[in-house]
Design a protein around this ligand. Sequence first.
Ligand SMILES: CC(=O)[C@@H](O)[C@H](O)COP(=O)(O)O
Ligand SMILES: NCC(=O)COP(=O)(O)O
Length: 246
Amino acid sequence: MPAKLSVNLNAIAMLRNRRDLPWPSVTGLGRLALSAGAHGLTVHPRPDERHTRHSDLPEIRALIDDEFPKAEFNIEGYPSEDFLALVERHQPEQVTLVPDDPAQATSDHGWNFATDAAFLTPIVKRLKKAGVRVSLFSDSDPDGARIARDIGADRIELYTGPYGSCHSDSAEAAKELERLGKTADAALASGLQVNAGHDLTVNNLPALAKRMPALAEVSIGHGLTADALEYGMAGTVGRFLRACGW
Ligand SMILES: CC(=O)[C@@H](O)[C@H](O)COP(=O)(O)O
Ligand SMILES: NCC(=O)COP(=O)(O)O
């Protein structure tokens, strides 16, 4: 079965947050994504709420429950006590734990499973007890993936940033892809499922999916939102022109 697509709404939320206005609507764009066939929605609410706000979460939960009951809600973030309470309140199907510092512009590395195991193990246990599937953000590191299994995770999410940043260097991209692929192989062999995300695009996704036929899910925000703007621009300019009879 091909990997499921979870649309990350953070970039939409960041655009919405430029003004004190309700558009673009995070939930509205989530509805369009699910109507178009996406399998789930992802948010990464950071402590300063500069992307998705905590107040977005009940609306997205209700959208999925009321209109798209087969879709999945994936909440990503650093497991502070506030974040864990948020997850327990909104009951996503999946939580992706990320070692983000609050000051970081975006996620740029996975967990160090060897040194973070003692911190993560009780947190993973708590989340699984709450009925939430747990995925841990992971660098390309086959040994680390095996430790993630011992920590109790259900999945790892491969951090694909280094692969995505090789968009103009196909030889480097092939090397990064193989590093990711070996990590996915080790994770699958140890019984974990594998997700992937960060800087994925229409151009770099096919090779990733081919190298990892068992990939469970990709979450995509930045590249997908950029394409939505690019491919929606002409029609939107037309609507504005027609609105005034230009
Ligand atoms: C966990 C992760 O990979 C990130 O890619 C993140 O969720 C993206 O969110 P931002 O677009 O807000 O950086
Ligand atoms: N987990 C990765 C994600 O949700 C989206 O990352 P990006 O496509 O915005 O880089």
